[in-house]
Design a protein around this ligand. Structure first.
Ligand SMILES: [Zn+2]
Length: 326
């Protein structure tokens, strides 16, 4: 007789959660910028190898996004921040506390980020001082709310930020104006590689670091031609990646797959707006594999690269939540 856990595993494989086909799985948990849209939650990207799950940025809605992606939030305990703009960290408090008391997480968080991350985390501890003081009990231990912070101070060269169990994360400096110091990350593991640009305009060092990787995940910004010509969004355009700059990056780096996430659009709503961005990349001369990221899209990276569209939530089996301990 097949055990219940095997049945569950098979069911999960059928619902996209099985990494057996991939050496690396990329989950676009949230693909938006700071603006409110009905289409996209805040930026958050989960990269999974058989050894580890690493989250990059924790934007608005990250906990809901993990849940909707049917990833156990209590298993997401290693977080890499690209910079400290609020749209990259505003989901962090909920990811920190809720899986602890609701789902019984028994592991402290470990967070990597630019200089300033320790002070931000200290502020978060102060904001949630009531919970820290009053909520722990013999089951929900205070130590599981501890956070280890690793600040990554870079000058111009990249540096290895994490190297455990065959998975290596390299941080590199990027250029994001009032978001600096800002980082991009390259992840190598299981023979596969991904570069996340983070929020940045085009820089040659990104193309060099991303040369020949399996996947580049790039931010992108665009407005209608009228609004771009008006100069009204010049400051925003200057600190992010225009479609034409993304085309140059992809052309130089030649990834097996290029993906947009942290999609910032002005007056370009919905999938038609997304298509305008893709068209501009093509017009700028990049003809390689290119995907517009959507919330809950999954990318399986192995001998081939499979992009799985977000599934209909109504068809996904819900979690079997543990008994409440709070
Ligand atoms: Zn930013």
């Amino acid at each position: 007789m097949i055990s219940r856990s095997v049945v569950l595993l098979l069911a999960q494989c059928a619902f996209l959660l099985c990494p057996l086909r991939a050496q690396m799985t990329i989950r676009l948990v949230g693909t938006g910028g700071p603006e409110l849209t009905p289409e996209r939650a805040g930026i958050a990207t989960l990269i999974q190898t058989p050894a580890v799950s690493l989250l990059f940025d924790a934007g608005r809605g990250v906990l809901d996004g993990l849940y909707k992606s049917r990833v156990r939030p209590q298993d997401v305990t290693r977080v890499f921040l690209t910079h400290l703009h609020n749209d990259h960290i505003e989901g962090l408090p909920t990811l920190w506390i809720t899986p602890w008391f609701l789902l019984g997480r028994q592991t402290k968080l470990e967070i990597w980020g630019p200089p300033g991350t320790s002070a931000m985390i200290e502020g978060m501890r102060r904001m949630y001082a009531h919970d820290l003081k009053n909520r722990p009990n013999p089951v929900l231990k205070r130590e599981y709310l501890d956070i280890t912070v690793h600040e990554i101070a870079l000058r111009s060269s990249p540096a290895i930020a994490y190297d455990v169990s065959g998975v290596k994360v390299t941080a590199f400096p990027v250029e994001h104006a009032d978001g600096d110091p800002a980082l991009g990350y390259r992840v190598d593991g299981s023979g596969r590689s991904v570069v996340l640009t983070g929020d940045t305009t085009y820089r040659d060092n990104i193309a060099a670091l991303a040369k020949g990787v399996d996947v580049i995940i790039s931010n992108v910004v665009a407005g209608t031609s009228e609004i771009e010509k008006s100069g009204a969004i010049d400051a925003i355009m200057a600190k992010l990646m225009r479609p034409e700059q993304a085309a140059a990056l992809f052309h130089a780096a030649e990834p097996r797959m290029a993906v947009f996430s942290h999609v910032v659009k002005k007056h370009l709503p919905g999938s038609q707006g997304d298509q305008v961005i893709l068209n501009r990349v093509r017009s700028a001369g990049y003809n390689g594999p290119l995907v517009m990221g959507l919330d809950r899209m999954t990318i399986l990276v192995g001998a081939s690269i499979e992009v799985l569209e977000p599934s209909d939530l109504a068809t996904l089996p819900d979690f079997d939540w543990p008994d409440a301990t709070f």
